[in-house]
Design a protein around this ligand. Structure first.
Ligand code: ASP
Ligand code: MG
Length: 472
C-alpha cells in the first residue's frame, strides 16, 4: 500500500471548478494504485472573513457580523448545489450547511452581546471554514466516483489548550489515526478531513495557527507513516526567486527540508516551516504541487539534499522591515548590555530577525510595527537609538554555502552597486542574508539571480522550462 497524504490549500478548493480539479487529481492517484488521505483548507478567503465577522460581532456590530456570515452561507450553499447533482444528497448537504450557519449565527449574536472575543471563541468561529469545506468536498468526491468519507479532524488532531496556536499531541494523534483513519483506508475508502482545526483532550475546538492545514497534512502523514505528503497549492513549487521580480526564475526540483524551512522563515510563502517537522522526523518526502497545473512535477522536499553544482537553491526577500541602531559607548568592555536590550524586545513581545554587534553598537532588524516608538523610548534609557523603516532582507539559501570559500565576495560583488546595511551568515550555515533599502530589493534579487543561476544544475533546477520559454 502506497499511502499518500494530499493536502489542498484554499485556492485549490475556492469554487466548484477548483473542487472539480481537486477531485480529478485525487481520482488520478486512486487510479494509479495509491491510497490517499485528503486534508483540505477552508475555501479561499473564508478564514479571513470568519475572523472579520468575529471581530465585528465583538465590537457590537451584530448586523455587520451577520451580513458576512450570510454571504458565506450563500457561497457554501451555491458551491454545494453546483457540486452535488444528486437531488437527495444535495438537500441533505445544504440542510447541514444551513444548520452549521444557524449555529455560527447563534455564536455571533452571543458575542455581540458579550463584546469579548476570547481565543477559544475565535477558534470555534474560525473552525467553521474547514468543517464546512471538508464535508462539502467529501460529498463532491463521492459524486465523482471516489469512495470518499468525511472525517471530523477534531476527532483526530488532539492538541493542548493554547487556542489559536495549539500544540498537537503526537501520541494521541497516532492513536486516533489508528482508530479512526486507518480502518477507512484499509476498507478502500478515501478519508477527507479539514486542516488547521483540532480539539483539546476535553473536546473543545482548537486551531493550529494560520496556515495550519499544511501542519495537519504533515501530522497525519507522520502519524500514519505515509510514503509521501503532497501539498497542493497554486504555484509550480519552490522557485529560485519570485518570478514576478525575476522572470527567468526556475523551479527547484529538489530541496532539503532545512533549506525549505529557511526559505519559509524568510517569507517564501509556499510552506509554513514548522509544518514540515513531523514529516522531517519520520523522513517522509514532501511534494509541493500545483492544482492548476497538475502534470508539473513540483518541488520535492527531502531530508538530505543531493549535491548541487550551484551554491544556492533560492533567493528570498522579506520586505517591510525596520532597522534599529543602538549605540552605547558605555557598552565598551562591559557585560549584560545585550541582555538589557533583548529584555526590552521581550517586554514588547517583538521578535528580532537579525542582529549584528560591534564593541559599542548593536543593530537589530524587526518587522515594521507600531510598537517601535515605545521600544525606541525604552532603549533610549540605555543608549542612543535610531530606527528606520522601509528595509528589506535578502536571503540566499543553499546547503552548499557550507565550507565554500570566496562566497561572500561573489555575493557582494554581484550587488556592489547597492548599499548594504547589515550582513549575517546564518548560524545554520545554509543561509547568507543582508539588509538593504526596500527600493533596492528587486534590483538586488535580479543581479544575484543573474550571477548565480547562469548555468543552473539540471539535476536540481527545471532548466527545460527555461529552454522552452526561450524557443517559444
Ligand atoms: N484556513 C486556514 C488559514 O487560512 C488554514 C490553512 O489554510 O492552512 O489560515
Ligand atoms: Mg495555506
Amino acid at each position: 500500500m502506497s499511502l499518500v497524504v494530499m493536502k489542498f490549500g484554499g485556492t485549490s478548493v475556492e469554487d466548484p471548478a477548483a473542487i472539480g480539479r481537486t477531485a480529478a487529481i485525487v481520482a488520478g492517484r486512486v487510479a494509479s494504485g495509491k491510497t490517499p488521505v485528503v486534508v483540505v483548507s477552508a475555501m479561499a478567503k473564508v478564514t479571513d472573513q470568519l475572523l472579520r465577522c468575529a471581530a465585528a460581532a465583538a465590537q457590537g456590530d451584530r448586523t455587520g457580523a451577520l451580513a458576512i456570515s450570510s454571504r458565506l452561507r450563500s457561497r457554501h450553499r451555491d458551491t454545494a448545489a453546483a457540486l452535488v447533482k444528486d437531488q437527495k444528497e444535495a438537500v441533505t448537504l445544504i440542510n447541514w450547511i444551513d444548520q452549521k450557519f444557524d449555529q455560527l449565527d447563534e455564536v455571533l449574536r452571543g458575542l455581540a452581546a458579550i463584546l469579548e472575543l476570547t481565543p477559544r471563541i475565535s477558534d470555534l468561529i474560525v473552525s467553521y471554514g474547514e468543517r464546512l469545506s471538508s464535508r462539502m468536498i467529501a460529498a463532491a468526491f463521492c459524486e465523482r466516483g471516489i469512495n470518499a468519507v468525511h472525517v471530523d479532524a477534531r476527532d483526530v488532531i488532539v492538541t493542548d489548550s493554547q487556542f489559536q496556536k495549539a500544540i498537537p499531541i503526537d501520541s494521541i494523534i497516532e492513536m486516533r489515526t489508528a482508530e479512526k483513519v486507518f480502518p477507512l483506508v484499509s476498507e478502500g475508502k478515501v478519508p477527507v478531513m479539514g486542516g488547521f482545526i483540532g480539539s483539546n483532550e476535553a473536546g473543545i475546538t482548537t486551531t493550529l495557527g494560520r496556515g495550519g492545514s499544511d501542519f495537519t497534512g504533515a501530522l497525519v502523514g507522520g502519524a500514519m507513516h505515509a510514503d509521501a505528503i503532497e501539498i497542493w497549492t497554486d504555484v509550480d513549487g519552490i522557485m529560485t526567486s519570485d518570478p514576478r521580480v525575476c522572470p527567468d526564475a526556475l523551479r527547484v526540483k529538489v530541496i532539503s527540508f532545512e533549506e525549505a524551512a529557511e526559505l519559509a522563515y524568510f517569507g517564501a510563502k509556499v510552506l509554513h516551516p514548522a509544518t514540515i517537522l513531523p514529516a522531517v522526523k519520520k523522513n517522509i518526502p514532501v511534494l509541493v504541487l500545483n492544482s492548476k497545473n497538475p502534470t508539473n512535477e513540483g518541488t520535492r522536499i527531502i531530508s538530505l539534499a543531493p549535491h548541487c553544482k550551484s551554491p544556492f537553491k533560492s533567493i528570498a526577500v522579506k520586505k517591510k522591515l525596520s532597522i534599529i541602531d543602538v549605540v552605547a559607548s558605555r557598552m565598551l568592555m562591559t557585560h549584560g548590555y545585550l541582555k538589557a536590550i533583548f529584555d526590552i524586545f521581550d517586554k514588547h513581545q517583538c521578535p528580532v530577525d537579525m542582529v549584528s554587534t560591534s564593541e559599542v553598537s548593536v543593530s537589530l532588524t524587526v518587522d515594521s510595527n507600531d510598537k517601535l516608538p515605545a521600544i525606541a523610548a525604552d532603549l533610549g534609557k540605555l543608549a542612543d537609538v535610531k530606527y528606520e523603516g522601509k528595509k528589506a532582507l535578502v536571503c540566499l539559501v543553499g546547503e552548499d554555502i557550507r565550507g565554500q570559500s570566496g562566497m561572500a565576495a561573489q555575493v557582494f560583488g554581484a550587488v556592489r552597486h547597492i548599499n548594504v546595511r547589515m550582513i549575517s551568515q546564518g548560524a545554520s550555515e545554509i543561509n547568507m542574508s543582508f539588509m538593504i533599502d526596500e527600493e533596492d530589493a528587486d534590483e538586488a534579487v535580479r543581479s544575484l539571480h543573474a550571477a548565480f543561476f547562469k548555468e543552473p544544475d539540471p539535476e536540481i533546477f527545471d532548466v527545460e522550462a527555461r529552454k522552452a520559454a526561450v524557443t517559444s
